[in-house]
Design a protein around this ligand. Structure first.
Ligand code: NAD
Length: 457
């Protein structure tokens, strides 16, 4: 399998993908390793993950450079991801003992009865991952899954393979046995082969189209399935905001990671009374974004990781223009080696346009004027997705009223494109099922076992 640099199209290296036989062997390895790992005291498993954290810190610059090379993410944003994953690891290290501890829920000395809940590992799980934030979306799964005593068959995206290999090396080096964290290398065919193994659960991050196939496969097997899928995340800007500050914050939410985040801002609704001023401030902000070599410290807009996405972006812009949208900046594929698209802003958009309905997953955004809060809420909810949604206003009560009516897994007041390890990360409708992060995101890698204990004496 060729690993290419999306910033210039050059082949970085070639790796051997796992075929069906190799996948089977890896599954058997993990199946044999898991019970031993589950018997390792939690203290020791925690120490192993703490070792992994130390190695990430030591290797941070190398890891950031590899990530930038293979996905085209600006180097500063790669470093941010690595710094961010440390906070998530810290959360799991701090919370796992209390979350995984057996819970005594009832005791009656008269009946000599004790009721207890135990938290057992699921067993061998498949962790099929995306490329856009491989440390985040991978780490949200494999760190708590390993702490809970599972073996993990980890399939990084074919667009983040070298990062996946780094992660495996660091975990093994830190003391996670090779038969407990097992990287499975390849593309969708390898992922499909992995799901033909009798794994005990599948934890997937990626597109709706692939997620639907995975859910169908898991349904046949009656195994736990978790899907973290796409979004079409809206922001509503009310008329009472500081326009320049709101425009800068929302533009960052839309264009950070070159718009290739599951929780990128994908639609903006602005109160009609400030619409024109907001649009001007927004376009000014976007004009300042530097597109270029992802290794350059000053670059903000990097490459588009998957080449076919260029066509999706081009078609969304053309469709919007044909239906009456006004192109304010950008709109084109950049003519240079590799995969590049100009940061693009369109106004006078509406929901007849794919731009406002389908996930763009790139540096393009539409801005629509709304008359009032009710109209904004209706439009925010007019989507098949439901990952995040946010509102910018000075009025806390108004924000909470609006956000209570929005159907999304995560809601933001005066912020966006934000993930916290302390809060559950989940989507409604086509944004997925299940969750990661928070203490629920530790428990999700366990099966509760009910103990009814009656003493005979
Ligand atoms: P993708 O669906 O193309 O691929 C995801 C993974 O699935 C890859 O590892 C791929 O090799 C594998 N795969 C493909 N076909 C398969 C099959 N038939 N069986 C098993 N595995 C298969 O998605 P992507 O391009 O890597 O990621 C982008 C998508 O991920 C976007 O839609 C984005 O919104 C979403 N995403 C969601 C979250 C979240 O937390 N909700 C986070 C990051 C990304």
């Amino acid at each position: 399998m060729k690993i290419s640099n999306p910033a210039d199209g050059t082949v970085i290296t070639e790796v051997t993908a796992d075929n069906a036989t190799a996948v089977r062997r890896k599954y058997e390895l993990a199946r044999a390793g898991q019970p031993k790992w589950a018997r390792v005291p939690l203290k020791k498993r925690l120490a192993t993950i703490a070792n992994f954290r130390e190695r990430v810190v030591t290797m941070r610059e190398t890891l950031a450079r590899t990530l930038t090379h293979e996905v085209g993410k600006p180097i500063r944003q790669s470093r941010n991801e690595l710094n961010g994953v440390l906070g998530r690891i810290d959360f799991f290290l701090a919370e796992s003992a209390a979350t995984l501890r057996d819970e005594k829920v009832f005791a009656d000395s008269g009946q000599k009865l004790l009721e207890r809940i135990g938290h057992e590992p699921l067993g061998v799980i498949a962790n099929i991952s995306a490329w856009n934030y491989p440390y985040f979306v991978g780490g949200n799964v494999f760190v708590p899954a390993l702490l809970a005593g599972n073996a993990v068959l980890y399939k990084p995206s074919e667009f983040a393979t070298l990062t996946g290999i780094h992660i495996a090396e660091l975990l093994h080096d830190a003391g996670v046995p090779r038969d407990v964290f097992v990287p499975v290398i390849g593309d969708g065919m390898t992922g499909a082969a992995l799901l033909r193994q009798p794994v005990d659960g599948v934890f997937f991050t990626g597109s709706l189209a692939t997620g639907a196939k995975i859910a169908a496969r898991a349904g046949e097997r009656m195994i736990k399935v978790q899907l973290e899928l796409g979004g079409k995340d809206p922001i509503y800007v009310c008329e009472d905001v500081d326009i320049a500050a709101a425009a800068a914050a929302v533009a960052d939410g839309a264009f950070y990671n070159t718009g290739q985040s599951c929780c990128s801002v994908e639609r903006i609704y602005v109160h009609e009374s400030i619409h024109d001023a907001f649009v001007r401030a927004f376009v000014d902000e976007v004009r300042g974004y530097k597109l270029g070599d992802p290794m350059d410290e000053t670059t903000y807009i990097g490459a588009i990781t998957r080449r076919p996405q260029l066509d999706v972006l081009k078609k969304q812009v053309a469709d919007a223009k044909r239906k009456g949208a006004r192109l304010l900046i950008g709109g084109n594929i950049v003519k240079r080696k590799g995969n590049w698209f100009e940061p693009t802003v369109l106004a006078d958009v509406d929901h007849s346009m794919a731009l406002m309905k389908d996930e763009s997953f790139g540096p393009i955004i539409g801005i629509e004027a709304v008359a009032d809060d009710d109209a904004a809420v209706d439009l925010m909810n007019d989507t098949e997705y439901g990952l995040t949604a946010g509102v910018y206003t000075k009025d806390e009560r108004r924000a909470k009223r609006i956000l209570a009516r929005v159907n999304a897994g995560t809601v933001y007041w005066n912020c966006c494109d934000r993930v916290s390890p302390r809060l559950p990360w989940s989507g409604v409708k086509h944004s997925g099922m299940g969750l990661t992060l928070s203490t629920y995101g530790i428990q999700t890698f366990t099966r509760p076992k009910a103990w009814h204990l009656k003493s005979a004496s």
